[in-house]
Design a protein around this ligand. Structure first.
Ligand SMILES: Cc1cc2nc3c(=O)[nH]c(=O)nc-3n(C[C@H](O)[C@H](O)[C@H](O)COP(=O)(O)O)c2cc1C
Length: 407
């Protein structure tokens, strides 16, 4: 038991005036629990009730799509209009129990929509995938100016719907190689019009999206972003450019900036080649936090109360984001806030065969199974054998298993 004042328990006031009850964020994890019409299900309600009870200050939902023609996964929730209002409102209520905030992560996959869902995905530019991902994703076509404006409108309309449903904020998914991140990256944005070129052109899409959302939800509703520190690819989006974008969003009044990194081709957000034991992207997050007024969340790699406290005490980071640790232990925040010494059981997962790990996307699919248990009202199974996941994928879904992906 640690008796020193706990920095993780301190409330945080956002630029818009909203107050988060503590410094722990449940980062977005795609639950793939939408129904056939892409509405929220009772499983989602159950999952978020459990997380809310666990003591987390801010719950960010898994990515919710703004266009049913552009999905990241088959069971995504989609918000285009009021058709799912009742189930959305129930979701918001479940998340808010126990004084937590619940924000919806809004996303458009752009080129990162699997081939079996999108015969012709759209993206800033028609850049094909390289290497082994070529079979899973079709080459996108380049968006027209009118289509870009329409997608911005969709983000804004979805945010307005989210607010009316009773959620307490929204987060733009600007990381991990999805559409917003594609616009930012010189690797995926080769446009020569106002949406491309130097960083001023490439960040126009995210700035216009933020402005359109803000116009719809007003000055007092939290609007945040999850953004890459870098693509982790040669000639990609750099840390210097990420700082320019974060500063620009800060000047516009963004409420919370969550730092992550990477994409399908370079999955730094899941740790990449990083050794366990230190948070990912820490030096960048500290540097970014020192140059903006918006509070900054760092996500990735936090595995103990000590790591979390140290990040808050020794850097300018304001909040810590947790994903996998809250799947295997939804009550972890409460334990940490009560001063307990906590170490997560999360470790890198492997079958021992690298190729098998990669084609089954083990580091994601194992956690999806765990989310399913929680959604069914069961306990997580932190010691479940990885071969059970592999078997489920290979036996249950056949060739779909190799196609059905995101991050
Ligand atoms: C099953 C699963 C689904 C995820 N889905 C999303 C998502 O929808 N949006 C997002 O921004 N990040 C997503 N992530 C990434 C996490 O938010 C987080 O950045 C990453 O897992 C690193 O944090 P951790 O080390 O605490 O797990 C997902 C991660 C997992 C394991």
């Amino acid at each position: 038991m640690n008796t020193k004042p706990n920095p993780l328990a301190a409330p945080l006031t956002l630029p818009c005036g909203a107050v988060l009850k503590n410094r722990i964020v449940k980062s977005a994890m795609s639950e793939i629990m939408g129904d056939r019409g892409h509405g929220p299900t009772p499983e989602l309600h159950r999952l978020y009730s459990r997380w809310a009870r666990g003591g987390t200050g801010l719950l960010v939902t898994g990515n919710v799509m703004v266009d049913r023609r552009a999905l990241g996964e088959p069971n995504n929730v989609v918000i285009e209009d009021d058709r799912h209002m009742e189930a959305l409102s129930r979701w918001a209520e479940c998340g808010k129990a126990n004084g937590a905030h619940i924000w919806v992560q809004l996303n458009h996959p752009g080129r990162q929509s699997p081939a079996f869902l999108s015969p012709e995905p759209v993206a800033p530019s028609a850049i094909p995938y390289a290497s082994d991902l070529k079979r899973a994703f079709n080459t996108p076509r380049s968006l027209t100016d009118a289509e870009i404006l329409e997608i911005i409108h969709r983000f804004a309309k979805a945010a307005e719907t989210v607010k009316r449903a009773g959620f307490t904020g929204v987060q733009i998914h600007g990381a991990h190689g999805y559409l917003v991140s594609q616009f930012l990256s010189p690797l995926y944005n080769h446009r020569t019009d106002r949406w491309g070129g130097d960083i001023t052109g490439r960040m126009r899409f995210v700035l216009e999206t933020y402005r359109a959302i803000r116009r719809e939800v007003g000055p007092e509703f939290p609007v945040g972003i999850k953004i890459n520190s870098s693509d982790f690819k040669k000639n990609g989006f750099t840390e210097e450019e990420a700082l320019v974008v974060i500063r620009a969003l800060d000047a516009e009044g963004i409420d919370l900036v969550e730092v992550s990194g990477g994409n399908y081709e370079a999955p730094a957000m899941m740790g990449g080649r990083k050794k366990e034991g230190t948070p990912y992207f820490l030096a960048f997050a500290d540097q970014a936090a020192r140059t903006v007024t918006a509070p900054l969340v760092l996500t990735g790699g936090f595995r103990s109360d000590e790591m979390m406290r140290t990040a808050l005490c020794e850097t300018a980071v304001a909040m810590v984001g947790l994903a996998r640790p809250l799947v295997v232990d939804p009550e972890l925040p409460g334990k940490v806030l009560n001063g307990n010494t906590v170490t997560s059981t999360v470790r890198p997962l492997t079958t021992g065969v690298k190729l098998l790990d990669r084609i089954t996307m083990l580091e994601i699919t194992w956690y999806e199974n765990q989310l399913r248990y929680l959604g069914m009202g069961q306990e997580p199974r932190p010691h479940e054998n990885v071969y059970k996941t592999v078997w489920k994928i290979l036996s249950g879904m056949g060739t779909m298993a190799f196609k059905r992906r995101r991050a």
